[in-house]
Design a protein around this ligand. Structure first.
Ligand SMILES: [Zn+2]
Length: 324
């Protein structure tokens, strides 16, 4: 599908989740093509690419660059396979490679399970969610060929036009956006989405992490750029309306206040992160959304902990959250 940017095409790759697609972008530079975010490593992704390339008369060997906006499986998963298929270079931020290596390991499955249990998730559910995690691991093909690092402020050419590499965080540290200053257009991965806010998630394992603070910082930096067009990782191309950034920030502030209220009500007994997530997200209908809700809740708890408004104490193998 064409986009407002000439020679940049949006390709919808199906995903086997409730969020049922990811947007890939195909970029033409003369005889060569680049792919941004090839998708999850599934049979359906592979079929979609075979079909798309066939329709557009592109040979796999004409794909020279595979860009990855962030390390999440729905964007990154198919990169290794496509790289071997096309003989292309992979380009992403250092953080993306490092985070993929850290998270896509069997040990991470165990760390996830520990986090679910410590957060107060019932054991049966925690085990089921951990199974989902390990299934996801099967849908990521490792990158074995040439890796190029994208750095903040780097200048690259896409479809004959200059783009600046913009780095952001929150949804995924080391997220890359491609900024076309002339057209005020951002190919943004999941940095900015139109109808859903990017999931901000945190697991209590790294003392330094505060993803929500990182996302606020990213939003403020992007807000200053006067973005007119976003080519997002999910959903259609959109123009951020006046107040777009303010409303995303307000959404998170509201959620922060809600967390404070819930913890206040729990009083001296404290609340588990899972308890808070159940109150915060009334629409948790499956294991996948239970996992998202828990991570999102944890990121908000962490932010408030860093603000010294809450404290999190581990006792008897569970985190209890108290109001300060
Ligand atoms: Zn995504």
């Amino acid at each position: 599908m064409e986009t407002p940017l000439k020679q940049i095409y949006q390709i919808r790759i199906p995903l086997p989740f409730r969020l049922n697609h990811v947007n890939s972008y195909l970029v033409q530079d003369g005889a060569w093509w680049s792919v941004i975010d090839p998708g999850l490593d599934t049979v359906i992704t592979e079929k979609s690419w075979v079909q798309t390339l066939h329709q557009l008369h592109i040979k796999p060997s004409e794909i020279r660059n595979i860009y990855i906006t962030h390390f999440h499986p729905d964007h990154y998963g198919f990169a290794g396979k496509m790289q071997r298929w096309a003989g292309a270079e992979v380009l992403a931020s250092r953080e993306t490679y490092a985070l993929a290596e850290h998270y896509y390991s069997q040990e991470q499955g165990e760390r996830n399970l520990q986090f679910y249990l410590k957060s107060g998730m019932p054991e049966v559910l925690a085990q089921e969610v951990a199974v989902l995690d390990s299934q996801l691991l099967q849908q990521i093909s490792p990158i074995t060929g040439t890796r190029v690092n994208l750095l903040e402020g780097d200048s690259i050419t896409l479809a004959g036009e200059p783009y600046e590499i913009v780095l952001g965080g929150g949804h995924a540290e080391g997220s890359v956006g491609f900024w076309n200053a002339e057209r005020q257009a951002l190919i943004g991965g999941d940095l900015l989405l139109q109808t859903i806010t990017p999931n901000i998630t945190y697991q209590y394992e790294d003392d330094e992490d505060n993803p929500l603070a990182s996302y606020f910082k990213t939003l403020h930096a992007l807000q200053r750029r006067n973005i007119r067009t976003v080519l997002p990782g999910h959903g259609p191309v959109f123009q951020p309306q006046t107040g777009f950034f303010e409303s995303v920030i307000a959404h998170h502030k509201e959620r922060l206040n809600h967390v404070l209220d819930i913890v206040q009500e729990a009083g001296s007994a404290g609340a588990t992160i899972y308890d808070i997530s159940l109150r915060l997200f009334s629409k948790v209908f499956d294991n996948d959304s239970a996992r998202f809700a828990l991570g999102e809740t944890s990121a908000h708890v962490r932010y408030l902990e860093r603000q010294k408004l809450l404290r999190v104490q581990e006792s008897f193998g569970k985190y209890a959250v108290y109001k300060n």
